[in-house]
Structures are given as structure tokens and as C-alpha cells.
Design a binder for this molecule. Structure first.
Ligand code: NAD
Length: 494
């Protein structure tokens, strides 16, 4: 297990020798230590990334050559998929089959952006038709420069892949900081990149705290672009800091996403997707559909099936066979989610199931999957992201009412609708004010499709070709191509 910083192609301790504990959320045991990067370490890493970008030629490599490194990283991850998935479970708590899914997706993300890097070679410039025939013009895409990437703990390797793969494909160099709660698989990514022969400085991975290492990346003048996934308050601080020297910034933040189920839906199918929408990854999912709206004709029946199936979910250590709900990531996260449930109770909500630690678990940050009903529309439980396995469910009468309730949020990351009536589903999908809309499902995520939020859920899009655009600048190159002189100051002789 690794615990050092990966800077300029070398492994090293933090400049001041500082470390922090790595805790297994299933057992509460400290099982490892990782280096706590200082601002000095960040400075060395950013300077290495600058040199790799400005002098060593990473952005000048043809796309197909960068693609070779990306494919080597993808296969390096795949070759060690089971081992990396196990580390993810130890560090984050998620059940191993979920971790396995994430690691396979992360490898797929590197392959996908390898394809896009190759395509950059085929389509490097776009001719522009100018109204003025004396000029010709073209637009070219160029990498932005050094990208500072800061990621959360809910999908540790996958979030790293979503930023590193498109950035490297575009020709940027990267300084990445994983969340302090989940450092291990990011370090494995560094090891895989190193084995793939990635030139020194192109990818630097530094573990450490947000307030020291993260802040140092955000503040560093050598960073051209900040790519952040995490909470709204930190995203807002990062955007404000980026404004100081006009750094490019993309933000993927939180949500409180609605799931509208009409009365023509199959109840078991709806229950399956509602559960997948909120209990996958212990509900620690930015796009989790945590506000469920069910048309009144099927509300009672659906709710009782949902409670029945929710009570069957096997809770336990993510390494155990058959476990579908692991512990939350940390003690603090568990306390926050429990406090949100207590707040809901105090506001008048009913805890229809869960809402407490499961019996028989003395250690570990476990919480029973929880369903809240009668949640007041102005209560925190309905309005604020809880980021745990907690769903609020309420009935609605008409399509119009459902859309109004769904959109009544300061967030706009995702939304889902379920109906057998395709025209209605399309109508509601069009009415949602959200960046990601699912019809007859919730959560499936594809590397090829754009990902990101409306409103306070973020700025910019990751994944797909949109994810590559995040790391590219557009340059116009315009030529004066007339045989006649311009003649503004210096007139042609009469
Ligand atoms: P967080 O904002 O506390 O931390 C995210 C990252 O930012 C961590 O690496 C942290 O160390 C770093 N950080 C903290 N303070 C910083 C600072 N001052 N300067 C620079 N970096 C700093 O969020 P979290 O608790 O890790 O993640 C949970 C949140 O992330 C939830 O709100 C969730 O909705 C959101 N999230 C969004 C997406 C998405 O795709 N939109 C995905 C995952 C998580």
C-alpha cells in the first residue's frame, strides 16, 4: 500500500514529514498512513507540471501518442482491477462489487479519452467563413495548461479518472489531490501511470487536506485551470479564489434530485430504480434521487413495497459476499446524516423505516437505509442534500404539480421520471431544470454522455466530448490575405 506523494515522476514524503491516518470505515481501524502534502510540496508539483507543459513537450505530442499512454493506463488499471477495488472498499467502505464497477469504469474512461485524443489529430482546425473577403481565418483547439484537480471521497478512483483522462488527452498536465478520506486508489493511479512510462511532471498526485494542500493548488499562480468535484460551499470558495487570477474553473457540486413516478408505472420496477437511486454507494452520490414524488393512485402500494424491499437490504462490511449497503465513509459523515434524520423528525417527518444504526454492529459507520414520509416542503430534509441512504417520499396529484415540486430546488444536477406513456415522460424530461435526466431509470452513468448540473449544482460538463472541451482553449488565427494595402494610416499614393 502506498502512502507517499507522487511528484515529478518520483515518490516522496511530505516536505515536513507529516502524515495522516487512513481509517477503514467498516471497522474504524487505522490501517495505514498517507503523506500530508504542504504548500511547499504543491509548489514543487505545480512547477514540475509547468515544466512538463511549457518545456518538455506534452501538449505538443500528437494526440495519438498521448492516446498510447492513456491506453496503457487503462490496461494497467484493468490488470490490477480486483486489487484496486479491494483497496477502494477498505478506504471508502463501498461494497466490493460496486468498487469493482467503479474501477472498470475508470479504466474505460481512459480508453474513451484515448479515442478522443486520437481524434484531435484528425480535426485540428476549423476554417471560419468571414464576411470580409480580405481575411481568412481558422479556429484551433489548444490545451489550457496546468490543471489543478480536487476530488471528493465518494467515487475516489472514478472521480480521478473523470478529470485526469480528459486533461491528459487534451494535452494538459495535472496536479491532483484526492479527498483526505480516500487517498489510496489515487496513489495506485499514480503507480499505474508511472508504469505506463508517463513523462515526469505530466501527472502529479498529492494526498493531504483540503485546507492546506487543496487551498495551495487553488491559490497557485502556476495553475491555469481548476477542476473541482465536491460540496457547494467549497466549490463556491474555489470559484471566488479562481476569480482572483481568472483561472478557468469547472465545478461538479451537490444536488437534491427528484424522481417522479406516474401511476402507470410498474410498481416493482419503480421500487428497484428508487432503491438504486438512493441506496447505491450508501446514498453518497451527488446525483442521488433523494426526493421521490409518486402519483397518489399508487402511492400507498408503492411505499409499502419500498419499505418491504428496503428492509431486506443486506448491511455489512463491503468485503463480505452479498452485502449491498456498507458503512458511510466516516464518523463525521454518519453523524451528519443522523443529525439530518433527527432534524427531519423534529420538523414533523415520519421515519417509515431505518433512521438508526443496524443491530449487531458495534464498530463501523453503519446506518440502516432510511425512508422519510410527511416531510414538510420547507424542511431541511426536503431541501438540503443529506448525502446518505435517506430518501424523502411524497404523493402528488397532477403532472403540473409534480414538475413544480421537482423544480422547486436551488440545485439542478439530475432528475428522473418513470411512466409507460412515452410522450408524458418526454414532456416531463423537457420540463426538468437539471443537467442529467433519466427516463424509466435512475443513476446509470455513461462516459460518452455529458455530466454536470444546472443552478447551484455546478458549472461546466464532464465526460463525453464536453469533458475534453473542459481542458481546451479556442484560438483564432486570422490572416490578412488581400493584395490591396490596408490603407488606414498610410494612404496609397494617388
Ligand atoms: P468537500 O467539498 O468537503 O471536499 C471535496 C474536496 O475538496 C476534497 O478533496 C477536500 O480535501 C477539498 N477541499 C476542502 N476544502 C478545500 C479548500 N478550501 N480548498 C481546496 N480544496 C478543498 O466535499 P466532500 O465531503 O469530499 O464530498 C461530498 C460533496 O461532494 C457532496 O456535497 C456531493 O454532492 C459532492 N459531489 C458532487 C459530485 C458531482 O459530480 N457533482 C460528485 C461527488 C460528490
Amino acid at each position: 500500500m502506498r502512502g507517499e506523494l507522487y511528484i515529478d515522476g518520483k515518490w516522496m514524503p511530505a516536505a515536513n514529514g507529516g502524515t495522516f491516518d487512513i481509517i477503514n470505515p467498516a471497522t474504524e481501524e487505522v490501517f495505514h498512513k498517507a503523506a500530508a502534502a504542504t504548500a511547499e510540496d504543491v509548489d514543487v508539483a505545480v512547477k514540475a507540471a509547468r515544466r512538463a507543459f511549457d518545456k518538455d513537450g506534452w501538449p505538443k505530442l500528437p494526440g495519438h501518442e498521448r492516446a498510447r499512454y492513456l491506453r496503457a493506463i487503462a490496461s494497467g488499471i484493468r490488470n490490477r482491477q480486483a486489487e484496486i477495488a479491494r483497496l477502494e472498499t477498505l478506504d471508502n467502505g463501498k461494497p466490493t462489487p460496486e468498487a469493482d464497477w467503479d474501477i472498470a469504469d475508470a479504466a474505460g474512461c481512459f480508453d474513451f479519452y484515448a479515442d478522443l485524443a486520437e481524434q484531435l489529430d484528425n480535426n485540428p482546425e476549423e476554417e471560419i467563413n468571414l464576411a470580409d473577403p480580405r481575411f481568412t481565418s481558422k479556429a484551433v483547439k489548444e490545451p489550457i495548461g496546468v490543471a489543478g484537480a480536487i476530488i471528493p471521497w465518494n467515487y475516489p478512483l472514478l472521480m480521478a479518472a473523470w478529470k485526469v483522462a480528459p486533461a491528459l488527452a487534451a494535452g494538459c498536465t495535472v496536479v491532483l489531490k484526492p479527498a483526505e478520506l480516500t487517498s489510496l486508489t489515487a496513489l495506485e493511479l499514480a503507480a499505474v501511470a508511472d508504469e505506463a512510462g508517463l513523462p515526469p511532471g505530466v501527472l502529479n498526485i498529492l494526498t493531504g487536506s483540503g485546507s492546506i494542500a487543496g487551498q495551495a493548488i487553488v491559490d497557485h499562480k502556476g495553475v491555469d485551470k481548476l477542476a473541482f468535484t465536491g460540496s457547494g460551499p467549497v466549490g463556491s470558495k474555489i470559484m471566488a479564489a479562481a476569480a482572483r487570477d481568472i483561472k478557468r474553473v469547472s465545478l461538479e457540486l451537490g444536488g437534491k434530485s427528484p424522481f417522479v413516478v406516474f401511476d402507470d408505472a410498474n410498481i416493482d420496477e419503480a421500487v428497484e430504480w428508487i432503491m438504486f437511486g438512493i441506496f447505491w454507494n450508501q446514498g453518497q452520490v451527488c446525483s442521488a434521487t433523494s426526493r421521490v414524488l409518486v402519483q397518489e393512485g399508487i402511492y400507498d402500494k408503492l411505499l409499502s413495497r419500498l419499505i418491504e424491499e428496503t428492509n431486506k437490504i443486506k448491511i455489512g462490511n463491503g468485503l463480505e459476499e452479498g452485502v449491498l449497503l456498507g458503512p458511510l465513509v466516516s464518523k463525521r459523515q454518519l453523524q451528519q446524516v443522523m443529525a439530518a434524520i433527527d432534524g427531519a423528525r423534529a420538523a414533523g417527518a415520519t421515519v417509515a423505516c431505518g433512521g438508526e444504526r443496524p443491530e449487531g454492529f458495534e464498530k463501523g459507520y453503519y446506518l440502516k437505509p432510511t425512508i422519510l414520509t410527511d416531510v414538510p416542503l420547507d424542511s431541511d430534509a426536503w431541501v438540503e442534500e443529506i448525502f446518505g441512504p435517506v430518501v424523502c417520499i411524497r404523493p402528488f396529484k397532477t403532472e403540473e404539480e409534480a414538475i413544480e415540486l421537482a423544480n422547486d430546488s436551488r440545485f439542478g444536477l439530475a432528475a428522473a421520471v418513470m411512466s409507460k406513456d412515452n410522450a408524458r415522460a418526454e414532456r416531463v424530461a423537457a420540463a426538468f431544470r437539471a443537467g442529467i435526466v433519466w427516463i424509466n431509470c435512475s443513476q446509470p452513468t455513461f462516459t460518452e454522455a455529458p455530466w454536470g448540473g444546472y443552478k447551484e449544482s455546478g458549472i461546466g460538463r464532464e465526460l463525453g466530448r464536453w469533458g475534453l472541451e473542459n481542458y481546451l482553449e479556442t484560438k483564432q488565427i486570422t490572416r490578412f490575405a488581400s493584395d490591396e494595402p490596408w490603407g488606414w494610416y498610410i494612404k496609397a499614393p494617388a
